[in-house]
Design a binder for this molecule. Structure first.
Ligand SMILES: *Cc1c(COP(=O)(O)O)cnc(C)c1O
Length: 362
């Protein structure tokens, strides 16, 4: 039997979501974030659609950058995690990929390596995320050191990343913005702070470049607003089919651990998708699933290759019917919420095993 689970990509929605970025941040340059296989959608499929429409592509590491170059993309690319050793640095130079500099060991590496051609760098400051980046107080000193380094073609930009943009009213956002502005006030170069949440909710962070990720794929970046309310459309629809239907007497159980028991005569559908396909194993009974476009609850534990759903309230349903796990008709954010996670996590896990196809929605 062929694998039944598949992820259909609607590239029209991808372009529509990009248009939403332009409406929210008019005139700003756009660096489309396509790390992690374009959030599980497939790096090259997404690059094909977005590359001609944006100013740059952002990936996390040089392997991803190299895959883009090998596929023939010549657009500006930034490796967000930069380089970690000399080999990475040489490959960034060779690929013509910009790298983030966020760490003293990278400065030492830049000082001791002889590159055949210089690399473009983005200087990253940590203004409160507590992850990658230099202390803002060092910005001027670092800028001078990088500019003087013959391995550095240019410090193309200065960037920072916001920790709380998904909850725009939190004071941390203003604090990070103020720190960034204070540290970079007298420095040349372009500025970038905004991820999807900031693009939609924190216009004073838009600066020169915005860096949309999740919103391009149609997930809501804001904790308290749905994607639909924000004008975003799902790019991936994850579907499979029913491969079995059976009835249960009251009191009979379903799945590993017998965690769900019927309270009435019930009809149970078995759908061919499980945690090995990226469906979240922790999705509890009650997580919404669509069967023939109608909502039914997941019941019992998610298995490796199968899930079970309660079909009792559906009128007509048969083996072979389409099951939608998320996407068109069922927001991924809702499923993520039910499973105690976020859309990013669900989407990223899909790519490896599931067939990804592009084209109009069926
Ligand atoms: C992943 C990432 C983004 C995109 O974030 P979204 O919340 O998906 O929009 C932007 N900037 C950096 C540095 C990132 O790592």
């Amino acid at each position: 039997m062929r694998r039944t689970a598949s992820a259909q990509l609607c590239l029209g929605h991808l372009s529509a979501n990009l248009a939403r970025v332009r409406v929210a941040a008019p005139g700003r340059r756009i660096m489309a974030v396509i790390k992690a296989e374009a959030y599980g959608h497939g790096l090259l499929q997404v690059a094909e659609c977005l590359a001609p429409q944006v100013d740059a592509l952002a990936v996390s590491c040089l392997d991803e950058a190299s895959a883009l170059r090998e596929a023939g993309y010549r657009q500006p690319v930034l490796a967000l995690q930069g380089f970690k050793d000399e080999r990475d640095l040489h490959s960034a130079a060779q690929l013509g990929v910009a790298v983030t500099v966020h760490e003293d060991s990278q400065l030492r590496r830049l000082a001791t390596t002889r590159l055949q051609r210089p690399v473009q760098v983005w200087l990253k400051l940590d203004t409160g995320m507590g992850r990658l980046g230099f202390a803002p107080s060092r910005a001027t000193e670092l800028m001078a050191a990088l500019t003087a380094n013959t391995n550095v073609a240019a410090v193309t930009g200065l960037m920072t990343h916001l920790a709380c943009a998904d909850t725009p009213h939190r004071p941390e956002n203003a604090t990070q913005l103020a720190r960034f502005q204070a540290a970079t006030r007298h420095l040349p170069g372009e500025r970038s702070l905004a991820n999807s949440a900031a693009i939609l909710a924190l216009p004073n962070t838009h600066a020169d470049w915005v860096r949309p990720g999740i919103m391009l794929y149609g997930g809501s970046p804001l904790a308290d607003q749905s994607a639909a309310a924000l004008g975003l459309h799902p790019v991936m629809t994850l579907t499979t089919r029913l491969i079995g239907i059976h009835t249960l007497m009251p009191g009979e159980a379903v799945g590993y651990g017998a965690t769900w028991r019927s309270e009435r005569p019930s009809r149970v559908g078995v759908a061919a998708i499980g945690y090995a396909d990226g469906y979240p194993r922790h999705a509890p009974s009650g997580t919404p699933v669509l069967v023939r476009g109608q909502r039914v609850p997941l019941i019992g534990r998610v298995s490796m290759d199968m899930i079970t759903v309660d079909l009792t309230d559906l009128e007509t349903v048969q083996v072979g019917d389409q099951v939608t796990l998320w996407g068109q008709g069922l927001p991924v954010d809702e499923v993520a919420m039910a499973a105690g996670t976020i859309s990013y996590d669900l989407l990223c896990r899909v790519h490896d095993r599931v067939r990804v196809t592009t084209g109009p929605m069926s």
